[in-house]
Design a protein around this ligand. Structure first.
Ligand SMILES: NC(=O)c1ccc[n+]([C@@H]2O[C@H](COP(=O)([O-])OP(=O)(O)OC[C@H]3O[C@@H](n4cnc5c(N)ncnc54)[C@H](O)[C@@H]3O)[C@@H](O)[C@H]2O)c1
Length: 390
């Protein structure tokens, strides 16, 4: 499985040469599926020494490092044990399930360790605020793991918005879906995942458009969530540990969410996300501007990337014009893939004293929307999004 993980992500452009005069000591907290793409990237970096790993499941971290042939690693049960016993750590990758994002991130920051935290930021807005308070107090770096940010096509969306070609944006529809795409393992239970499709793939759709328009503050949200598919054995499947019926019983997070969100600056965001549904896509992402509009095709199995050629709709001297924005292809090399870039940009920021590549100050608004959707769905009405002072 190991060598297939990085290939799931669209690769990017070549990495720059690495300065090895400072070796960074890195720990990995949580050695599950996504930790594979972290270690595969770290192992390509000559300025990284993996010194520690932790996992709640006995022997899992040891097996993980053995699989990659990494020696001299200290093993621990959980994040606290790891941080307490490794005073010289420069950074940790927090690769734990969602309900265990906040605690390891806070503990690491409180102990002066830089943190690369997997997405989604957290489960709740309050947790994200607590992590940011620890970040602020520590003065250390916290970057959130949104690797699609490194995709040249994603960057193009932002460039188009910033070029002024769309004029003022007033309405955005975004989201994505999978006809059948419910994950299993720790993703489907509240105790580990906290949230379902919203946290797994919804956060990517939100980041795609919010990053492009400069992350305006969310003000209000009307949210809806459901889980008609995940809880139905007909749409579930068996895995190594559970039958389809058991997985349907375990399932208690959202598999579909939709929302209408008002953002600062008078922009409205219309959002939907699905792990499963009876249609191929819940729609392309479209940014409606006063001067032009941009259509970003959805991918069939939504994974937060640009699904094909984008179209820019404008009006030139009274004529309706459509401009195709071709997909920017990059080579297939894992060394220069999106995961590599995500991790490299985090380490470079540590070494060069630069800001976090994906700062918490932006993703706080992403999390506030997700949190707002859950709360509004529970109450059955629109709510005001209140973000506490950090
Ligand atoms: N960036 C991406 O593209 C991407 C893709 C998949 C998953 N993820 C994110 O990565 C995270 C993990 O996903 P996964 O598929 O690897 O899950 P997983 O369940 O396979 O692995 C998580 C591991 O963390 C361990 N763990 C939990 N709390 C811990 C703690 N406090 N200390 C030590 N170990 C702990 C668990 O025992 C488990 O082995 C999720 O938040 C998910 O959203 C990101």
């Amino acid at each position: 499985m190991a060598d297939t993980v990085l290939s799931n992500f669209t690769p990017g452009i070549e990495a720059k040469e690495i300065d090895t005069s400072r070796i960074l000591k890195v720990g990995i907290i949580g050695t599950g599926w996504i930790a594979e793409s972290h270690i595969e990237s770290y192992l390509q970096m000559p300025d990284v020494k993996i010194v520690a790993a932790a996992d709640l499941i006995d022997g899992k971290a040891e097996k993980f490092m053995k699989r990659y042939g990494v020696e001299g690693v200290h093993f621990y049960h959980d994040h606290k044990e790891l941080i307490d016993n490794e005073p010289d750590l420069d950074a940790v990758s927090v690769c734990t399930y969602n309900t265990q994002h906040a605690a390891p991130a806070i503990y690491a920051l409180e102990h002066g360790v830089n943190v690369l935290l997997e997405k989604p930021f957290t489960v709740t807005l309050d947790e994200a605020v607590e992590v940011m308070r620890a970040e602020k107090k520590s003065g250390k770096l916290l970057s959130i793991g949104f690797q699609p940010r490194g995709d040249e096509n994603m960057k193009m969306i932002k460039k188009i918005v910033e070029s002024g070609a769309l004029g003022d944006i007033y309405y955005i529809q975004t989201g994505g879906g999978r006809r059948r795409g419910i994950p299993n393992s720790t993703f489907i239970e509240k105790s580990t995942a906290g949230i379902g499709a919203l946290g797994d793939i919804g956060c990517y759709s939100l980041d795609m458009v919010l990053n492009a328009i400069g992350y305006p503050k969310p003000l209000t949200v009307t949210g809806y969530t459901s889980n008609f598919f995940g809880t139905n054995p007909m749409y579930q499947y068996a895995d190594a540990q559970h039958t389809a019926e058991e997985n349907a019983k375990r399932f208690n997070v959202d598999d579909f969410a939709a929302a209408f969100i008002r953002l600062e600056g008078g922009i409205v965001l219309d959002f939907r996300i699905a792990w499963a549904m009876h249609v191929d896509t819940p729609g392309d992402t479209i940014l409606f501007g006063k001067k032009g509009a941009l259509r970003i095709p959805s991918t069939e199995c939504w994974n937060g990337t640009v699904g094909g050629e984008m179209t820019l709709y404008t009006d030139v001297a009274g004529a309706q014009v459509e401009t195709k924005i071709p997909i920017i292809k990059s080579d297939d090399d894992v060394f220069s893939g999106l995961f590599y870039k995500k991790i490299r940009s985090f380490l470079d920021a540590i070494k060069e004293g630069k800001p976090a590549p994906v700062p918490s100050s932006q993703i706080l608004y992403n999390q506030a929307i997700i949190d707002g959707i859950c709360k509004s769905a529970e109450l059955g009405r629109e709510i005001e999004i209140k973000i506490p002072e950090i």
